[in-house]
Ligand binder design. Structure first.
Ligand SMILES: Cc1cc2nc3c(=O)[nH]c(=O)nc-3n(C[C@H](O)[C@H](O)[C@H](O)COP(=O)(O)OP(=O)(O)OC[C@H]3O[C@@H](n4cnc5c(N)ncnc54)[C@H](O)[C@@H]3O)c2cc1C
Length: 460
């Protein structure tokens, strides 16, 4: 079938960026198998009118709609498929009140200015607690554990960076800590680490169950929530926004917030083009011998190390290990992830038996060129917000709350992001190909760091 017939653009770059290879695996994840059912919602039928329309039912849309509804705003949450169908229902379930390595408070303040930068750091630092508070407040059954997020150092050369990162977050009042080599080895159960960053306010959960729980809470608080309702077009009509929904319904709204991540399908092309897509693969083992938990992540933290091609893993309450990450080829598949990512874990954790995957799935995240969140003005009371960037669960929950406060009458000066115009990246569709070059190079650098730490010289 041609790309055009499948509904994708015939342009190869747009096709690479948009073709959703991830869609088929939504139902293949551990999260899908174990989450309580989605709240009962259906498509938009006929015409409706609301104050605010939020398009996209991931963490960001659900958190915004929930907090808007709690403030009494008449809000509709419009999802093309079902709550959590995008990155939110498919990730590793790490709650990380932090951004990627290198994006520390100083960098955020430099990028956004001291005031907005400070607000973003404070919001993000508190976002782990916010996630677990919302779970408790709304009785969300998502097998959560606020047992901390840990970032072990794969190289002793990262030690100075660690001390600096900890000092920056501690200056903001965050209860983070630098762990010694011995502490890191005991925390992870691997002797290949040289210290670690620990944030005890992080943790883990079933992300699909969490986003379904946020959505159910939004409904209980009065939000109008719709699934199977893809917004295909937005235009101005009599001083309001008119959203056309696949299947024939319409929504008229005073204000519109797009939270569609990388899959908006052309609702606002400049805003969508501001991020490039990255596909990640996930696997979950069958339940393992619970005795293994005594030597591997004994404190039930979730761990993502400092490698560029990072090794990230966690336990689930039923003693499975969940891990995953990138694959070098743009045509990588969840099936290939079954062996690749588990083999890496077996290498750093020799006490584990040979791991096998019971579940394998994939998802797609969107990243801006500086990996920072955006609130983009797309005109006349419509905005597009992105906060994914790979570490999005805490960030999107926190940003959703801040956006709801702002849409309920807050001032621009309270926002933890600047309002900007879309700044599209050149040829976002080339990202998968760029990763095919970036990844082997950076895997080699990771290997070199590890070899150097062991006193071995690698041939280039
Ligand atoms: C495999 C993987 C692992 C990850 N691991 C972690 C992790 O452990 N911790 C962490 O913090 N982050 C992680 N992330 C990132 C995190 O999942 C994202 O940051 C977060 O889910 C983004 O949420 P969102 O609401 O912005 O977008 P999404 O969850 O992608 O939601 C966008 C929604 O918009 C809907 N939509 C799109 N277009 C339309 C339209 N036209 N009309 C109506 N609806 C539309 C989509 O169907 C989708 O449901 C991971 C991401 C992936 C892919």
């Amino acid at each position: 079938m041609s790309a055009r017939k499948r509904g994708y653009s015939a342009n190869i770059f747009e096709t690479l960026a948009k073709a959703p290879p991830s869609t088929e695996t939504f139902g293949s994840s551990l999260w899908h198998a174990e989450a309580p059912p989605a709240p009962e919602t259906g498509p938009i039928v006929g015409d409706m009118d609301v104050d605010v329309a939020v398009v996209g039912g991931g963490f960001l849309g659900a958190s915004t709609a929930l907090h808007l509804a709690e403030s009494g705003v008449d809000v509709a949450l419009i999802e093309a498929d079902e709550a959590g169908f995008g990155a939110s229902g498919r990730n590793t379930g790490f709650v990380v009140p932090n951004l990627l390595t290198g994006l520390d408070p100083r960098v955020m303040k430099n990028a956004l200015g001291p005031d907005t930068g400070d607000r973003l750091c404070l919001m993000l630092g508190e976002a782990g607690d916010l996630v677990f508070d919302l779970i408790e407040k709304h009785g969300i059954d998502c097998r959560s554990s606020q047992s901390g997020w840990i970032q072990p150092l794969h190289s002793p050369e990262k030690r100075a960076w660690l001390e600096d990162r900890v000092a920056q977050w501690q200056a903001l009042g965050r209860p983070v800590k630098a762990l010694s080599r011995d502490e890191a080895v005991a925390e992870i159960g691997s002797d290949g680490y040289h210290g670690a960053f620990l944030d005890p306010t992080g943790g883990h959960l079933n992300p699909l169950a969490y986003v379904r729980g946020l959505t159910a809470a939004a409904i209980r608080n009065g939000a109008k929530v719709f699934s199977s309702s893809r917004a295909t077009e937005m235009s101005r009509d009599g001083g309001k926004w008119l959203l056309r929904i696949e299947g024939g319904g319409t929504v008229r709204a005073d204000r519109v917030l797009l939270t569609t991540n990388v899959s908006g399908q052309g609702l606002s092309k400049p805003a969508e083009g501001t991020q490039f897509p990255i596909t990640l693969f996930q696997v979950a083992t069958p339940p393992l011998d619970p005795e293994l938990r005594k030597s591997v992540l004994p404190n039930n933290r979730c761990s993502a190390d400092t490698r560029k091609d990072l090794i990230a893993f966690r336990w689930t309450p039923d003693n499975r290990i969940v891990t995953g990450g990138l694959l070098a080829s743009p045509f990588g598949s969840a099936e290939r992830a079954r062996t690749h990512h588990l083999r890496r874990l077996n290498e750093i954790l020799p006490q584990l038996p040979k791991l096998e995957a019971e579940y394998a799935w994939q998802g797609r995240l969107g990243a801006a060129r500086d990996f920072l969140p955006r609130l983009m003005d797309i005109g006349d009371g419509a905005w597009s917000a992105i906060a994914c960037n790979g570490r999005g669960m805490a960030m999107t929950t926190g940003l959703g709350k801040a956006l709801a406060r702002w849409l309920s009458g807050g001032s621009n000066e309270q926002l933890p992001v600047s309002i900007t115009k879309p700044d599209p990246v050149a040829l976002p569709g080339l990202a998968p190909l760029a990763f095919s070059v970036w990844l082997p190079l950076n895997r080699w650098k990771d290997k070199r760091d590890v070899a150097r730490a062991r006193g071995i010289k690698l041939k280039s």
